[in-house]
Design a protein around this ligand. Structure first.
Ligand SMILES: CC(=O)[C@@H](O)[C@H](O)COP(=O)(O)O
Ligand SMILES: NCC(=O)COP(=O)(O)O
Length: 239
């Protein structure tokens, strides 16, 4: 079964726009779990424009499902946060400081030694590690020698090309997943997955363990409500 981890960054964006605590990030996270999500993802960024570092500490106390923290291990504050809160999983993403949203995976060849050194402390702390990669065979092969447990496939290109031809759009991901599986890596995926493109992806990607979805899911919740939206995403993952 492919697990759904709901990314709640956008809930924090809305909260921060007025300075109070509405919507309540903790409540929404717990409601996502109550409605069937198997995990919660957050991606605190250095400017704390959505999820705050303090949110992460509070979430750790209340969550009952898998907690996945995404971010850039080049920032000491992020590494300290993850080691202090000990989530089930940390996902390392090579974002620049000023980046609007994630837009590329790691160059696992160029950053091979860096990643080995960055991953080790998380593994020593008992935290599962995933690294964000593009669906490029060489990048997946080199991910396998970094010590990571999983890769997260960056699905923006799949989502972008889905309507032009979904078979073509998913092909690099299928090839990447086969390499990952042969190398013994778990497979996560995320970015721009939606009710339109998720079912085909989940059905056709061999060995997919988990998807993390935020933007589209929170947008859908405006129309369908959070409970029904999560049910619909779970349904896409069932088939
Ligand atoms: C790694 C990834 O694809 C997501 O975490 C995405 O970057 C969400 O971050 P924002 O919510 O800041 O766009
Ligand atoms: N890792 C991807 C994620 O958490 C959510 O990405 P998106 O659905 O907000 O594009």
């Amino acid at each position: 079964m492919v697990r759904l981890s709901v990314n709640i960054n956008k809930i924090a964006t809305l909260r921060n726009s007025r300075g109070g605590n509405n919507p309540d990030v903790l409540k929404v996270a717990m409601d996502c779990e109550r409605f069937g999500a198997q995990g919660i993802t957050v991606h605190p960024r250095p400017d704390e424009r959505h999820i705050r570092y303090s949110d992460v500490h509070l979430l750790k106390e209340v969550l009952a499902t898998e907690f996945n923290i995404e971010g850039n291990s080049r920032e000491k504050k992020f590494v300290d946060l993850v080691l202090a809160t000990k989530p089930h999983q940390v996902t390392l993403v090579p974002d620049a400081l000023e980046q609007l949203t994630s837009n590329h995976g790691w160059d696992t060849i160029e950053n091979q030694q860096y990643l080995k050194d960055a991953i080790a402390p998380f593994k020593e702390a008992g935290i599962r590690v995933s690294i964000f990669v593009d669906p490029v065979p060489q990048m997946v092969e080199a991910a396998a020698t970094t010590g990571t447990d999983r890769i997260e496939l960056y699905t923006e290109s799949y989502a972008h090309h889905y309507y032009q031809g979904r078979e073509l759009a998913i092909a690099p991901y299928v090839a990447a997943a086969k390499i990952a599986k042969e190398a013994g890596l778990g497979i996560n995926a995320g970015h721009d997955l939606s009710l339109d493109n998720l079912e085909f992806f989940a059905k056709n990607l061999p060995g997919l363990d988990e998807v993390s979805i935020g933007h589209a899911l929170i947008c859908d919740a405006l129309y369908y409500g959070l409970e029904s939206t999560i049910e619909q995403y779970l349904h896409c993952l069932k088939s």
